[in-house]
Design a protein around this ligand. Sequence first.
Ligand code: CTP
Ligand code: MG
Length: 419
Amino acid sequence: MIRAERAPRVFAIVPAAGRGERFAPGAATPKQYAPLAGRTVIEWSIAPLLANPRVSATVVVVAADDRWWQGIEDRIAAAAEGRARADRERLRRAVGGPTRQASVANGLASLQGLAADEDWVLVHDAARPCLSTAEVDALLDALERGATGAVLASALVDTVKRQSPGGAVETVDRTGLWRALTPQVFPYRRLRDALADAAAAGVVVTDEAQAMERAGVAPALVPGSPFNIKVTRAEDLDTAARILAHAEAKHMRVGQGFDVHRFGDGDHVTLGGVRIEYERGVVAHSDGDVVIHALCDAILGALAAGDIGQHFPDTDPRYRGADSRAFLRAVAARMRAAGFGLVNADVTVLAEAPRIAKHRATMAERLAADLGAPPDAINVKATTTERLGFIGRGEGLAAFASVLLDSATRAGAQARSST
Ligand code: CTP
Ligand code: MG
């Protein structure tokens, strides 16, 4: 028994040892390995778990005679090549049993010595490829609010009928009725014990919550997406393909920003988060970083969220002499909260002096760090104005910025988390 001396971790278990009898009776390839939108069903199902930094490791439970998983695992390992060892070890494997319940129990047993009693285990069917990142987060958020367990579920909206074998039909009161989806998440030790108890009593449970209910635990029901379908029958694959095609569609937003500051007394200017020694400074309420101010405005513009003055007013004493990188980080957080990520940013500095060429790479690095983007997504360039106008006369300096954002879809979030 391992005692947790740290915040509980989350382990995922993905039962994938079924034969898919209802999908294609007697088929050579089980449904979890059916091709779907350029991958296989199971690759879609595990993607939001592998991409989620809150999930420490994912155990895929495959049949003893499985012939398909190894190839997929090799592909995932190859893609993770060169990444930290801890990152590569996030994908594990266990051998399944004759029922879903037995497969999950085997997955739990494989975590012995790794998971502490109080760690969380999130179980997700390999046959549910349309799970969204938002659903995983909503489920884990329920635990942070103090739930002992949580189940993604969907309240029944249709009128419900029950037909008896004799053909008689009655209407069932749907008040309080939900469809249980996956993932479901419970404490490691309690789930192990509950499944073992159910098995010992000869009770067949069709989900983890049922075993936990027998043990007296009432899980939180967290509303899931109607798109989180289980591929059960052959026609479900087409539905899943349509859902994924829609979910993967990128929404692009473009934004532009501009900022100017006048030169004044001082011995340096700050541009792109880099201090550059100069015979003058800039007149500004904050540190007067025109690169960051233009960039913030471009991102806020793309989000249709106003401008930097609105979010960080220069009348607010908190921002006097402020490090503009804090503004950029706050704007980046707002961008992510709105479901967008940065594709690229291009900034042009207009200044007769100081020269910024040798600082460009450092600026790009710092801006990228604050934005959570790779440095090659950011370009900083500079020009003089041929001694024309206020910039040419050396009265001040300015910057233009353009950005492209895309919606943080599942694939997008994954690509970003792997850079
Ligand atoms: N599962 C499992 N081990 C089993 C049976 C099922 O790991 N012995 C997994 C399936 O692979 C699937 C999930 O449990 O990911 C949900 O089960 P279900 O949708 O019923 O899949 P199958 O049992 O494969 O399908 P069917 O019931 O139609 O045969
Ligand atoms: Mg089944």
